[in-house]
Ligand binder design. Structure first.
Ligand code: OOG
Ligand code: MG
Length: 253
């Protein structure tokens, strides 16, 4: 089966919210090839009119690597159809088995097309914010190999961004709490993200350059979750509160 066929399988699973068997059980592909499948599946979204609005990093914290038993950093693409307004509502039915996780998001000021140093990355950034990501692996039981999850655009399904703050405020050790229906379900620190979320942005510039994905001006870069992810149920209100960055929330209808 071609990479294009495999891309169609993951894309259709996402479109129909229908879980599929892990691709790697029937097909052999390496990490570079899994990024080809991802890019082909995202092309199908572009053909339906979706626009690239950012990138996401994954497995940038110990908590996430342990929870999913995947131990390499990954990156995926964010399109406009995944963006949820802060305080907005998402329909449970559009997902298979959604989970939420607390993150930090960067707003990119100038186009990036090469690996940046930490200082350069800061200069290319306009603002930082608290964020929540909704992940929804297209694979049965939320189980996958490294190659599977990359091919599936790193489980991307939705994201919400809180109020923006100047890029020069310290974000290396901020308390992060995720609440469901006002009850804390995850508590962590932004330092869980590679010791400092800025390092995740640097890694994003490296990986994007390696895979020839330009990061346009105005892109959102999600740094990866600071804690494990939590399964969502219909009717819930999900909120992340990040010290000095404020709150971000959505509800599931
Ligand atoms: C893969 C996505 C990982 C993160 O923030 O670490 C991720 C998954 O857990 O399904 O988004
Ligand atoms: Mg994430």
């Amino acid at each position: 089966m071609s990479f294009n066929n495999l891309a169609e399988i993951v894309d259709t699973a996402a479109l129909n919210a229908q879980a599929i068997e892990q691709l790697s059980l029937q097909h052999q592909f390496n990490v570079d090839e899994s990024y080809v499948i991802q890019s082909e599946s995202i092309k199908r979204r572009y053909e339906r009119g979706e626009k690239l609005i950012g990138l996401k990093m994954g497995f940038t914290s110990e908590a996430k690597m342990k929870q999913m038993d995947v131990h390499d950093m990954i990156w995926g693409r964010l399109t406009d159809s995944m963006l949820i307004n802060n305080g907005g509502e998402v329909a449970f039915d559009q997902f298979i088995h959604p989970r939420a996780e607390p993150e930090i998001c960067f707003l990119i000021k100038n186009k990036i097309d090469r690996e940046l140093t930490l200082a350069e990355a800061k200069n290319h950034t306009e603002a930082v914010a608290a964020a929540l990501e909704i992940i929804d692996s297209r694979y049965q039981n939320f189980k996958f190999s490294l190659e599977d999850v990359i091919a599936d655009n790193c489980s991307s399904a939705g994201f919400v961004i809180g109020p923006w703050h100047p890029h020069n405020m310290p974000i290396d050790n901020l308390k992060m709490v995720m609440e469901i229906d006002n009850v804390p379900v995850q508590i962590g620190s932004s330092s869980a993200i590679l010791g400092n979320p800025w390092k995740s942005l640097v890694a994003a510039t490296r990986l994007a350059a390696q895979y020839e994905q330009e990061i346009p001006e105005g892109s959102y870069i999600m740094a990866g979750a600071a804690t494990s992810a939590v399964y969502l149920k219909q009717g819930q209100k999900v909120k992340a509160i990040v010290e000095h960055l404020g709150a971000v929330e959505f509800s599931v209808s």
